[in-house]
Design a protein around this ligand. Structure first.
Ligand code: KMT
Ligand code: NI
Length: 179
């Protein structure tokens, strides 16, 4: 995974938007973003992923494939909706199996966008309450394992007044204040 500050320039969201300023691992840690690189096993035995899942209590998983061909006419609108800034009331955990994409996360308190470029083998955990967005890149394909504890809580809460006072958001801000 490569993490860098988003350049803030207009243009297709699927382009790199690389400002050239790298983000150090400590910065990601300070906003509660976790990351591991676990090469995707050819035999489908996800031992190392299973170990992380066990330690963190992720009991369930599924696999999602997003492609331009697969979504057809819906592709552009899906791309736009993934890219709306939002939070969730649970962790968002993704293990990339094929393809690639970007998770943009907000640094705190400066609100800068940090772009995390994910490829096959990247496992990322976004904490509940962090503001973020997602986009595919110009390859227009990503296959990812989604891990979750009991029930999937994929509901996105788009950023606004309601999310600024959401209890999961407030708990998140408290959790990173101690870092
Ligand atoms: C999400 O929550 O934004 C997604 O599931 C996007 C695809 S997973 C790489
Ligand atoms: Ni999300």
């Amino acid at each position: 995974m490569r993490a860098y500050y988003f350049d803030g320039l207009p243009g297709d969201q699927r382009l790199l938007h690389d400002s050239g300023n790298l983000v150090q691992p400590e910065v990601l840690k300070s906003i509660g973003v976790l990351h591991w690189h676990i090469p995707v096993p050819a035999d489908g035995q996800y031992d190392a992923v299973d170990a992380v899942a066990k330690e963190r209590g992720y009991k369930n998983r599924d696999v999602i494939t997003i492609t331009k061909e697969g979504l057809g006419d819906l592709y552009e609108s899906k791309l736009k909706s993934f890219y709306e800034e939002h939070m969730h009331e649970d962790e968002e955990i993704r293990y990339i199996l094929e393809g690639s994409g970007f998770f943009d996360v907000r640094e705190h308190p400066n609100d800068s966008w940090i772009r995390c470029q994910l490829d096959a083998g990247d496992l990322m955990v976004l904490p509940a309450g962090i503001y973020h967005r997602f986009t595919l890149d110009e390859k227009n394909i990503i296959k990812a394992m989604r891990l979750f504890k009991d029930e999937p809580k994929w509901t996105p809460h788009n950023r606004g007044e309601a999310t600024d006072t959401n209890s999961y958001r407030l708990d998140y801000l408290k959790s990173i204040a101690v870092n």
